[in-house]
Design a protein. Structure first.
Lengths: 345, 577
C-alpha cells in the first residue's frame, strides 16, 4: 500500500504539472482578453501597452507560463516600456506559492482565496453532513421496504431532488421563507435572504443557523437524492445474498443483519462516492453561493472567469484540481482499506 | 451493533459537530486597518445599499466596475465633480478656474493653456491632517509613473503639474484641453493622501486603495470580502453637520431577483443600475421607488461596417452592401424605435437620433421618420431587388461593387452582458429589416470579445462584422475626445481609435480639430455641424438612450440617479423620512 501511495503521489505531481500547462494555455487563449475588462471599452493604445506590461502580457505565451510557474525574479523585465529590460522581476511563481496579483484588485490571488475558502468549507461541509444524515437512513429504509408507499415517495422525492435546478429552488425558497412568511411576533421575515450572518454585528448562534437553513436546504436536496438512490441500489444488491440468509439462519436479529452485515458492505461504494464529492467542500457551489450571497469559492471562481482575472482564475482552478486529484487518491485508498478483496500491488 | 445508545451518541456528535462548525465559522466583523469611529448605536440612521459584487477597491482606475466609484464617492473627494444636469461643481477646489476669473490662461500662439487651481483650506483627512496641494502632486506623480501609473483622460495633454503654495497648483497643458475641469475629479478620479498612501506600491496597487483614509462624508469601518462593507459618518467632514446618515452598509447580493425582493421587502435602500424590467416590477410598491437620471448618456446604436467584413479599409475593400449610403438610410428608416422603447423598455428609454442630444451640446437635427415603405423604395432605387421571391433582396445593378445576385444577408451582433432587453431589441430589429428584404443572422457574444484588440481577434477592431448594436456615449460634459475616437479618420486604424465603422470624411476631421477650443459658442456650432454631417452620411444609426435607473426605498429622501456619476454622488445630502 505504501508503495502504491508513493507512486500515486508522484503521478499526482506529474498530472498537476500537465494540468497547469493545459489550464494556463486554455485560459490565456480563450477569446476576449483582460485588457478590455480592465481598461474599458475604449482604451487608448498607451493604456493598453501599459496594462500589458503590468499584467505581464507583453511576453510570449510560453514565457508567460514559465514566469507564472517559476517566477521572474531571476531575470530582468522592461517595466516602463522603453524597450530596455532594466528592472528585476518580482514574481516568485506558483511553485514557490506566488499565484500572482489579481488583475481586479491588484492584491495577491492567494489572499482572495484565503478570505473565501473558510466560508465555503463552512457551508459545504454542513450541507454534505446534513445530506448524509438524511440520505443514509432514507436509502436503507427504501431498500428494506422496497415497493412500499414509503419507497414510492422516497423515489419520487429523489427524482425531484435530482431534477429541480438549484437556482429555481433557491429563489423559490427565498420568496416563500423571506418574502411571504413572517415571524408572527416580530413581523420580520421568517428566514434571511442570504449572507453568512446579519450585518448588525455580534455573534449569535441562532442567527448563524437561520442564515444556514435556506442554502443548506437547497444544496442538500440533490445530494440526498443522489446518495439515497445509490445506497438503496447498493443495499438491494446485497440483501438477497446468501451470507445474510446464513446470518438470519444463525438466529441473528433482522436489525443486526441489516446494520452490521448488509450496511457495512453497502456503504463501501458510498464512502468512495463521498470521497469523490469531497472537493465540493473546497470548491463550493456557484449557484447556491450566488443566490444566497454566500462569499465563497464558487462565486470567486465565477467572478474571476467573468472578469478575465487570469491569476485568480488559474489559482482557483489549480487549487481545485489539486483537491480533486487528492480526493481521488483518498477514494482509492479508502476503497482498498474498506474492501479486503481490493489489493493495490 | 447499533443500539439506541449508539444512535443517540451519533446524533449528539453530529449536533456538536454542526454547532462547532457554526461557532468556528468565519466571523464577519473583521476590523479594517483604517480606524473608523465606533459603531453608531441606539437611534442610528442606517441605510443598506445592495450591489452584485465587491468593489475591486476604492480606486475606479483599477478596474472601472462602477462599484468602486460608488464607494469612492463615500470616502474620497476630487477637485470637482459633475451633477446630474451636467454642471461641474467644486469639491476640493475653492472655485472653478475659468478664463473669465483668470484661473485659465491661454497662449494662442503656442496653442497651449495653463490652469491654476486654488483649494479649500478647511478640508481634513479623517486623521485630522489637512488636504493640500501636496496630495494633488502626490496623486499626479503616482498616476504619471511610467511603471506603476495609469492613463487618465487628457493625460497626454499635460506637460507638467507644479505646486504654487500649500493650497494651489498649476497644470500646464501642451494643447487646448476642454475637459480640464474634471481631470482631477469626476466619477473616476479622487485625490489621495500623500502622508498615508505608499507611492512605491503604485497608484493601482497601493494598500490605501482598499483601506482608504477618508476626506468624504463617510469613513470605512470594516470590509468583509464578498459579504458587506460598513461605513460610518465622518465627523471631520467639511460640510458638517452633513451627512445626516450615521451608517451606510454596502451589502453584496449577486442575484438581481434577490436584490429586487429585498427592495420590495424594505430590507434594502438602494439597488443601483436596475434594468427596465425591474423598474416595471417595482411600480406601485410601497417600499421602493425608481429614480431616473434627468439626462441620458448611453445611446443604443447600430454600427455599420463600411469596409468589407474582415477588412479595415473602406476605400480598397468597400462593404458589398453597407458602403452605399442609401442602404444605410433605408435601414435607419426601417427601424421602428418607438415600438422598441415602449414595448421592450417600458417607455423608460427615449428616442435619440444624434450624438448631441444633451446639454451643453444640443443640436436640432431632424428626427428620421419610421418609413418602411420608403425604405423599400430606397433599396429598389439603390439596385437591391428580390427577383427570386424568397423575401431576401439581391444586387441587381447596385453601386457597391457587389456581384450581380449578391444576397442582402448580413451578420448582426450584440453583446450578452446588457441582458434580455438588448437581445430582444436585436431580434426585433432583425425582424424589421427582414420585412424590407434584408436578412439578418443574429449573434450574441461577450463584450470582451466584441471590443478586444484586433491582434486578439476583437470583432470590431478587426472589422469582422457587418452590423452590431450596443450602447455607447461620452462621460461628463466634454465630448471632444470621444468624437475624435469614434469618427476621425485617424481613429479608423485598428488600435489607434474606435472608428470601427471605418468612416472617412475629411470635412468631419477638420470640424473635430476645430472643436479643441475653449470658445463655447464656437464649440456648439462645430459640434452641430458634425451632427449634421453624420446625419447625412449615416455611418451609424442612433436609436434611443438607455435609461439610467436606480431603485431606492421610500424612506430615503434626496436620491437622484445620474449618468454623470454614481448614485452616491450626493450621499451627504440624503436623509431618512
Amino acid at each position: 500500500m505504501t508503495t502504491y501511495i508513493l507512486r500515486r503521489l508522484i503521478q499526482t505531481v506529474g498530472l498537476l504539472f500537465i494540468l497547469s500547462a493545459i489550464l494556463f494555455t486554455l485560459v490565456n487563449v480563450a477569446p476576449g482578453g483582460p485588457i478590455t475588462a480592465y481598461a474599458g471599452r475604449r482604451p487608448r493604445p498607451e493604456r493598453i501597452e501599459q496594462l500589458k506590461r503590468q499584467f505581464g502580457l507583453d511576453q510570449p505565451l510560453p514565457l508567460q507560463y514559465v514566469y507564472w510557474l517559476v517566477g521572474n525574479d531571476w531575470t530582468k523585465i522592461d517595466s516602463d516600456g522603453d524597450g530596455i529590460k532594466d528592472t528585476a522581476g518580482s514574481r516568485k511563481g506558483i511553485l514557490r506559492g506566488d499565484f500572482g496579483l489579481s488583475y481586479r484588485t491588484r492584491k495577491p490571488a492567494l489572499d482572495e482565496i484565503a478570505s473565501r475558502l473558510p466560508n465555503t468549507i463552512y457551508l459545504m461541509s454542513i450541507t454534505m453532513a446534513v445530506a448524509l444524515i438524511i440520505a443514509i437512513p432514507l436509502g436503507i429504509y427504501s431498500a428494506i421496504k422496497q415497493y412500499s408507499l414509503f419507497d414510492f415517495f422516497a423515489t419520487t422525492f429523489s427524482f425531484a431532488g435530482q431534477a429541480i435546478p438549484e437556482f429555481w429552488l433557491g429563489l423559490l425558497l427565498i420568496i416563500i421563507f423571506y418574502a411571504w412568511l413572517k415571524n408572527p411576533w416580530t413581523g420580520e421575515p421568517l428566514l434571511p435572504a442570504g449572507g453568512i450572518s446579519s450585518l448588525d454585528g455580534g455573534f449569535s448562534l441562532s442567527d448563524r443557523l437561520a442564515h444556514l437553513v435556506l442554502p443548506v436546504l437547497t444544496g442538500t436536496l440533490g445530494w440526498i437524492a443522489w446518495y439515497s438512490r445509490f445506497l438503496r441500489s447498493s443495499m438491494l444488491e446485497i440483501l438477497p445474498l446468501n451470507y445474510l440468509k446464513a446470518a438470519r439462519a444463525r438466529g441473528m436479529t433482522e436489525r443486526n443483519v441489516i446494520f452490521k452485515h448488509a450496511l457495512s458492505n453497502a456503504l463501501i461504494p458510498i464512502v468512495t462516492l463521498i470521497a469523490l464529492d469531497l472537493p465540493y467542500i473546497f470548491t463550493g457551489a456557484v449557484l447556491i453561493e450566488s443566490i444566497f450571497a454566500w462569499p465563497g469559492m464558487g462565486r470567486l471562481y465565477y467572478q474571476s472567469a467573468v472578469d478575465r482575472d487570469y491569476p485568480l482564475l488559474l489559482a482557483v482552478l489549480i487549487i481545485g484540481a489539486a483537491f480533486i486529484i487528492l480526493c481521488n487518491l483518498i477514494a482509492d485508498i479508502l476503497y482498498a482499506y474498506l474492501d479486503p478483496r481490493v489489493r493495490y500491488e | 451493533m447499533f443500539t439506541k445508545k449508539r444512535t443517540l451518541l451519533f446524533l449528539t456528535l453530529a449536533v456538536i459537530f454542526s454547532l462547532t462548525i457554526v461557532s468556528c465559522s468565519p466571523t464577519p466583523a473583521q476590523p479594517s486597518a483604517t480606524e473608523g469611529p465606533a459603531s453608531p448605536t441606539g437611534s442610528e440612521k442606517s441605510i443598506t445599499i445592495v450591489i452584485p459584487e465587491d468593489p475591486p477597491s476604492f480606486n475606479p482606475m483599477v478596474a472601472d466596475t462602477g462599484y468602486d466609484a460608488l464607494v469612492m464617492e463615500l470616502v474620497l473627494l476630487g477637485m470637482a465633480d459633475v451633477d446630474p444636469n451636467g454642471n461641474v461643481f467644486p469639491e476640493l477646489a475653492a472655485d472653478l478656474p475659468t478664463v473669465e476669473n483668470g484661473g485659465v490662461t491661454i497662449d494662442d500662439d503656442a496653442g497651449t493653456m495653463s490652469v491654476t487651481w486654488t483649494m479649500r483650506d478647511d478640508i481634513l483627512w479623517q486623521d485630522g491632517n489637512q488636504v493640500t496641494a501636496d496630495d494633488v502632486l502626490f496623486t499626479w506623480n503616482a498616476i504619471s509613473d511610467p511603471v506603476n501609473g495609469t492613463w487618465i483622460p487628457g493625460i497626454d495633454y499635460i506637460d507638467s503639474v507644479e505646486q504654487l503654495s500649500q493650497n494651489s497648483f498649476i497644470v500646464n497643458y501642451n494643447s487646448i484641453y476642454p475637459g480640464y475641469l474634471t481631470q482631477f475629479g469626476g466619477e473616476q478620479l479622487a485625490i489621495w493622501p500623500a502622508h498615508y498612501c505608499n507611492l512605491e506600491q503604485g497608484f493601482l496597487s497601493w494598500d490605501c486603495g482598499r483601506e482608504p483614509l477618508s476626506d468624504g462624508p463617510f469613513v470605512l469601518h470594516d470590509w468583509v470580502l464578498g459579504d458587506h462593507m460598513t461605513f460610518h459618518k465622518n465627523d471631520n467632514y467639511y460640510l458638517a453637520p452633513k451627512p445626516e446618515l450615521d451608517q451606510v452598509l454596502v451589502q453584496i447580493v449577486p442575484d438581481d431577483v434577490v436584490r429586487k425582493t429585498m427592495m420590495l421587502n424594505g430590507d434594502a435602500d438602494i439597488d443601483m443600475w436596475i434594468n427596465a424590467n425591474t423598474a416595471k416590477d417595482l411600480e406601485g410598491s410601497e417600499k421602493a421607488k425608481v429614480s431616473l437620471s434627468p439626462t441620458d448618456r448611453w445611446v443604443m446604436r447600430l454600427y455599420f461596417n463600411l469596409a468589407q467584413k474582415g477588412t479595415v479599409d473602406p476605400i480598397a475593400y468597400p462593404h458589398p452592401i453597407l458602403s452605399d449610403v442609401n442602404v444605410r438610410r433605408a435601414i435607419r428608416s426601417a427601424v421602428d424605435v418607438d415600438t422598441i422603447t415602449s414595448e421592450i423598455f417600458h417607455g423608460l428609454a427615449t428616442p435619440a437620433w444624434t450624438e448631441f442630444f444633451r446639454a451643453p451640446y444640443q443640436c436640432a437635427v431632424p428626427r428620421p421618420a419610421y418609413d418602411p415603405e420608403g425604405a423599400k423604395a430606397m433599396l429598389e432605387k439603390a439596385g437591391w431587388t428580390d427577383s427570386d421571391g424568397d423575401g431576401v433582396r439581391e444586387c441587381h445593378g447596385c453601386s457597391t461593387g457587389a456581384p450581380e445576385g449578391y444576397a442582402m444577408e448580413m451578420e448582426f451582433i450584440t453583446y450578452a452582458e446588457f441582458g434580455e432587453p438588448l437581445e430582444l431589441t436585436q431580434q426585433l430589429i432583425a425582424e424589421m429589416l427582414g420585412e424590407i428584404g434584408i436578412k439578418m443572422n443574429i449573434t450574441v457574444v461577450e463584450g470582451s470579445i466584441l471590443w478586444d484588440q484586433a491582434e486578439n481577434g476583437g470583432i470590431e477592431q478587426s472589422g469582422n462584422f457587418d452590423i452590431d448594436i450596443w450602447d455607447d456615449g461620452y462621460a461628463g460634459v466634454d465630448p471632444t475626445d470621444y468624437i475624435w475616437e469614434l469618427y476621425s479618420q485617424e481613429a479608423l486604424v485598428p488600435g489607434d481609435g474606435y472608428n470601427v465603422m471605418r468612416y472617412d470624411n475629411a470635412e468631419v476631421d477638420a470640424l473635430i480639430d476645430e472643436a479643441y477650443t475653449l470658445d463655447e459658442a464656437s464649440r456648439k456650432k462645430t459640434f452641430c455641424a458634425i451632427a449634421d454631417q453624420i446625419n447625412e452620411d449615416v455611418p451609424l444609426v442612433h436609436l434611443f438612450t438607455t435609461p439610467n435607473l436606480e431603485a431606492y426605498s421610500t424612506r430615503l429622501a434626496g436620491v437622484q440617479s445620474t449618468v454623470n456619476d454614481l448614485v452616491t454622488w450626493n450621499i451627504a445630502d440624503w436623509t431618512l423620512k
